[in-house]
Design a binder for this molecule. Sequence first.
Ligand SMILES: NC(=O)c1ccc[n+]([C@@H]2O[C@H](COP(=O)([O-])OP(=O)(O)OC[C@H]3O[C@@H](n4cnc5c(N)ncnc54)[C@H](O)[C@@H]3O)[C@@H](O)[C@H]2O)c1
Length: 348
Amino acid sequence: MTQPSHKALVPFVSVDNMMRLIHHIGIEPMLRELAGYIEEDFKRWELFDKTPRVASHSDVGVIELMPTSDGEAYGFKYVNGHPKNTREGLQTVTAFGLLADVHTGYPVLLTEMTILTAMRTAAMSALAARYLAPRDARVMAMIGNGAQSEFQCLAFHALCGVETVRLYDTDPAATAKTARNLAKTALSVVPCTSPEEAIEGAQIITTCTADKQYATILTDNMVGSGVHINAIGGDCPGKTELAPAILKRSDIFVEYPEQTRIEGEIQQMPADHPVTELWQVITGQAKGRRDARAITLFDSVGFAIEDFSALRYIRDRIKGTDMFEPLDMLADPDDPRDLFGMVQRAKV
Ligand SMILES: NC(=O)c1ccc[n+]([C@@H]2O[C@H](COP(=O)([O-])OP(=O)(O)OC[C@H]3O[C@@H](n4cnc5c(N)ncnc54)[C@H](O)[C@@H]3O)[C@@H](O)[C@H]2O)c1
C-alpha cells in the first residue's frame, strides 16, 4: 500500500486529544481564550456569511448543520439535540466540525465538537454576561444540571467573577453529579431542591434544561428586577424555557435574529418583538444593560460564528503539539486529473 502524501492529510482532533488539550491549557484559561476568539469574531460580524442553521427535525430530536465563512476560512458544525437520549445512556448533544481554506476548498481541521460545544457555549454565555449582567454579580442559579452545567459554572467564574452557584435539576442525581464535579473548584456550590430556592439571592440565572416542549422553567413571579437571565435550553421550534411574561419585561439580546426568532425564547413573541443583536453591544453600537433595575435576557440558541471561532481557536492551539492525528482524508493523485488511475493502481 502506498503512503498518502502530505496533501492528503487533515489534522484530526479526537475526543481523547481534545481532553488532553483542555488539561494542557487548563479549563478556565481555555474558556477565557475561547471567549477572546468569539469576541474577536463578533467584532467583525458584518463580514461573515450568515444563515439560520439547516435543521432536520424528527419527533424525538433535531440534527443541524451550521455553516459560515469569513472569506478566508469556511467552517461548519454537525450537531444534534435529542433530550430523550440520556435515558438510553447517550448524550443529548453530540457534534463534530470542520474548518476549510476558502482559497483551495481543502479542509484544514476536523475535530470532535461535543466537548468543544460545551466549552464554546459556556464561553459565549459568560462573554454575553460580561456585557449584560450586573457588574457585582457573584451568585448564579444553575437550573438544569446536565452535560453543559459544569462548563457554564466555570465560565462564569473565569470570566465574570461568579463565586457561588446554586444548583437545581428535576433529577436530584444530576444535581449531585454537578455538585460532586465542582467540589474541588474555587466555586461555592449550593444544591437546591426547587427552582425557587435556586434563584434566591442570584443576580444571574442560567437555564440549561432539555425537554422537547414549551416548558416553564421560570415563571414571571420568580424573576425580580436587576437580574441577568442566560437562557440556553430553548433552542428549537417548540422548545422553550421561559414564561412569555418574562420576555415582555426583559431587554432581550440575541445572536442572529433570523435564527433566534425560529428557535429561541422569542419564538413565543410576535415576529417584530424588539431585540438587540449582541455583536452591536460588543462593538459599542448598542447599549447593553440600561440600569440596575433592568432585566437582561441573553436568548441563546448557539450560532455558527461561535463554532467558527472555536474551530479557529483549535486550529491555532494544536500547532506545534502532538494533540492531533493526521487523517488520510483527501484523495491526492500524482496527476490531479488521474483519480481513477490512482484507484486502479491501489488494487492488490
Ligand atoms: N444555546 C446553545 O448554544 C446550546 C448549546 C448546547 C446545548 N444547548 C441546549 O442546552 C440544553 C442542555 O443541554 P445538556 O447537554 O446539558 O443536556 P442534558 O440532557 O445533559 O441535561 C439537561 C438537564 O435538564 C434537566 N431538566 C429537564 N427538565 C427540567 C426542568 N423542568 N427543571 C430543571 N431541570 C430540568 C434534566 O434532568 C437534565 O439533567 C439542551 O436543551 C441543549 O439543546 C444549547
